[in-house]
Design a protein around this ligand. Sequence first.
Ligand code: CTP
Length: 405
Amino acid sequence: MSLTGKRLLLVISGGIAAYKSLDLIRRLKERGAVVTPVMTAGAQAFITPLAVGALSATAVYTELFSREDEQDVGHIRLARDCDLIVVAPATANILAKMANGLADDLASTVLLATNRPVLVAPAMNPMMWANPATRRNVERLKADGIQFVGPMAGEMAEKGEAGIGRMAEPLEIVASVEALLSPADKPLAGRRIVMTSGPTHEPIDPVRYIANRSSGRQGHAIAAALARLGAEVTLVSGPVTLPDPDGVDVVHVERAEEMREAVLSALPADAAVMVAAVADWRVASASSQKIKKQEGEGPAPLQLTENPDILKTVGHHPLRPKLVIGFAAETQDVEKNGLAKLSRKGADLIVANDVSPETGIMGGTRNRVKIISKEGIEEWPDLTKDEVAARLAALIAGRLREPEA
Ligand code: CTP
């Protein structure tokens, strides 16, 4: 894989692993990347700007308030004029500054001012890595979308110390850089995909509702898998207890009608993947007051009315995505019912599964599906829901690559 023409800003912070940054620069340049180094004062205690600059063959930036540097590029341009920022080694101190938005030298200021993706390769003593303060900072940085490579387990520079804290090897860092920058690994980059997941809750009165056993696990896993392939995913989710998947735009709704509105306002899209277990019926007129039991009278009658069929609406919409995928949760005649759904709903694919209670699929972590299309039926083996998601995401990427029929 090549990094030809990719512009990397390499922030080197102060740790003994800084000597490996010299090799990292060499490896990145071998692959065609342009590497601009920024060094903290701590880094310069371990390696010199002269050595770094000799390998990068570019200017090395060290000062926030350097008149020449500011006139030449300026820290804001430094922060923006690159495809990726790599922090290697990343000390506990620079991670703490990043997590808290501190900007008191050139490296931390560039990291605060950037709008580019950031990859960090932590390197520190295992006690520092295990410290609750570092744990908090790492969690916060991950939530902010900072990418991590390492640290690894192994011997430390300090005699007799071992544990997690060693910086990832330069070639591992290069592999992470390639994964983040190479479009071949992001076959869905630039594609918009609208999804539904989870159950819907249809109110009876302010305290009661009609629901179903969907956990949202399969739909959420698919949204995450699509995002990993670079898709811009809008996930319209019914009430679930799952966290929002990384890198996905989540719209939270309760009722089928709200779900339909949210899906339609996310069109146009390249694909629609409707996984939600939408309640087929809702109470015709939900009570605004809690329905009380009346002594001597039977239960209050529930008048039901049909909910909009979101998949069918999308499948026949003037803004119909190129690829429309539905799910079929069946307890009998899986293939026959799946095929009928394909044409009735205007879908290109139906992912059918048997959700009979003995399968444990509904609410569980595994799934066994059949992919039903005009071309035929493909049976997938018993897989985790994450594996089904990864396969389906790859299938979607393949289908969207095909030219229009
Ligand atoms: N679906 C939807 N809106 C609905 C009902 C279903 O978008 N109101 C979608 C689901 O997200 C799923 C597919 O349609 O992708 C199949 O749902 P299912 O409830 O199994 O199909 P139904 O048409 O309701 O058929 P049946 O109840 O007869 O199984």
